[in-house]
Design a binder for this molecule. Sequence first.
Ligand SMILES: Cc1cc2nc3c(=O)[nH]c(=O)nc-3n(C[C@H](O)[C@H](O)[C@H](O)COP(=O)(O)OP(=O)(O)OC[C@H]3O[C@@H](n4cnc5c(N)ncnc54)[C@H](O)[C@@H]3O)c2cc1C
Length: 90
Amino acid sequence: MDSIAHGRDGIAIGWKNPDGSTEMLAADAVVVCAGVASRRFAAMLGDRINIYPVKGYSITAHLDDERSRAAAPTQHLESISVQDRRTPAG
Ligand SMILES: Cc1cc2nc3c(=O)[nH]c(=O)nc-3n(C[C@H](O)[C@H](O)[C@H](O)COP(=O)(O)OP(=O)(O)OC[C@H]3O[C@@H](n4cnc5c(N)ncnc54)[C@H](O)[C@@H]3O)c2cc1C
């Protein structure tokens, strides 16, 4: 999909085929679910979807005793220590 716009017959969705030809489809409604491309397509319809990529890592560590569980952070970490390593998380 390359373009999406309000048209006379609803919403016009346009795309280019591998052979270079273009096609258009008219729809009554669309669901924008194009991942990080959603922002661009929503903008074509005059909407603002604040979707953007972020980078993060996560790990799973055994927290066998109550003291470890109580001390474990639960959200938005910048880094976490596991044994002798520090691993980014978020
Ligand atoms: C390496 C990696 C690991 C991840 N691990 C996890 C995890 O462990 N747990 C977790 O919860 N999340 C994880 N995520 C995040 C998760 O994959 C995304 O949050 C989720 O897939 C977003 O879903 P979505 O349907 O919004 O978008 P997407 O899954 O990105 O789907 C968007 C779709 O739109 C299509 N599209 C885009 N542009 C166009 C276009 N112009 N024309 C036609 N189609 C188009 C794409 O081809 C795709 O099929 C991970 C992501 C990555 C990259």
